[in-house]
Design a protein around this ligand. Structure first.
Ligand code: MF3
Ligand code: CO
Ligand code: CO
Length: 262
């Protein structure tokens, strides 16, 4: 039950640095993600920038994952593998998920990016998914329970007639990439463990326009919506403080709003 790591005050500094680098990398991608670029080029850009900053990419070799970031286009829910053959086209939406290890600490964050011009349906999905993440973070405070996070996300997504993916969840994080707790993006108020100061975890809702069901492709990684409907995701790494929480992976130049490049 109670195997959720509680970190010390000084550990926040390590997470702050790792989170900052993660955000700085994502900030750079606004200019790079354009029609005609391959997802492998985006991978290589991130890989090089991670190493240049004295960090390592956590996904590379993690349980056999072959690349340094995840690139999930359109109906891919998560864990898309960057490829030279996947060329982005105007109208695509893409989630880029970056996890760095800096001085032993993990920063894990993902955002949606739009390629060229996208339609209103895709635009609305991205906006609502971003708001789902913010609503989850809002209730991630001491005294609340993990079920409160899932409840807020599910309630909002379903009020917009979207569905919440059940097969993947947020996670504890710190010196280890994935630790307890599993942070579900659906649930009921007051359920699950209590949220306490010193906990570090991610919230990373995946929201579909269609049904919630997903399947994994033959590569063993790529998760897609079964009905091929569009899916979006945002992720932050946060730390629980005495008063509330600190978002470690906030954009560093405020360049980022999901739809600012439409
Ligand atoms: N960054 C993902 C997460 O949010 C995990 C990717 S694991 C990988 O937890 F192996 F697919 F890279
Ligand atoms: Co994560
Ligand atoms: Co991630």
């Amino acid at each position: 039950m109670n195997n959720i790591p509680i970190h010390k005050f000084k550990d926040f500094e390590g997470m702050r640095k790792a989170g900052k680098l993660t955000a700085k990398i994502l900030d750079e991608l606004n200019d790079i993600i354009q029609p005609g670029i391959s997802t492998d080029k985006i991978n290589n850009f991130c890989h090089d920038m991670i190493l240049d900053n004295g960090a390592t990419p956590a996904p590379l070799g993690y349980r056999g994952f072959p690349k340094s970031i995840c690139t999930s286009v359109n109906h891919i829910v998560c864990h898309g593998i960057p490829s030279e053959n996947k060329i982005l086209q105007s109208g695509d939406i893409i989630n880029i998920d970056v996890t760095v290890i800096l001085n032993g600490w993990h920063g894990d964050s993902s955002r949606m990016f739009v390629v060229g011009r996208i339609n209103k349906k895709a635009e609305n999905l991205i906006k609502i998914t971003y708001e789902c993440l913010l609503k989850g973070i809002e209730v991630a405070i001491p005294g609340n329970h993990f079920g409160d996070i899932g409840y807020q996300i599910q309630k909002y997504a379903e009020s917009k007639k979207y569905s919440v993916v059940r097969d993947f969840c947020g996670h504890g994080i710190g010196k280890i990439f994935h630790t307890p707790p599993s942070v579900l993006h659906f649930g009921k108020p007051n359920e699950g463990d209590e949220i306490k100061p010193g906990m570090f975890f991610t919230i990373e809702p995946m929201i579909n326009i269609g049904k919630k069901e997903v399947k994994i492709l033959n590569d063993g990684w790529t998760a897609v919506t079964r009905d091929k409907s569009l899916s979006a995701q945002f992720e932050h790494t946060i730390g629980i403080t005495e008063k509330g929480n600190e978002i470690f992976t906030l954009s560093q130049n405020n360049s980022y709003f999901p739809l600012n490049i439409l």
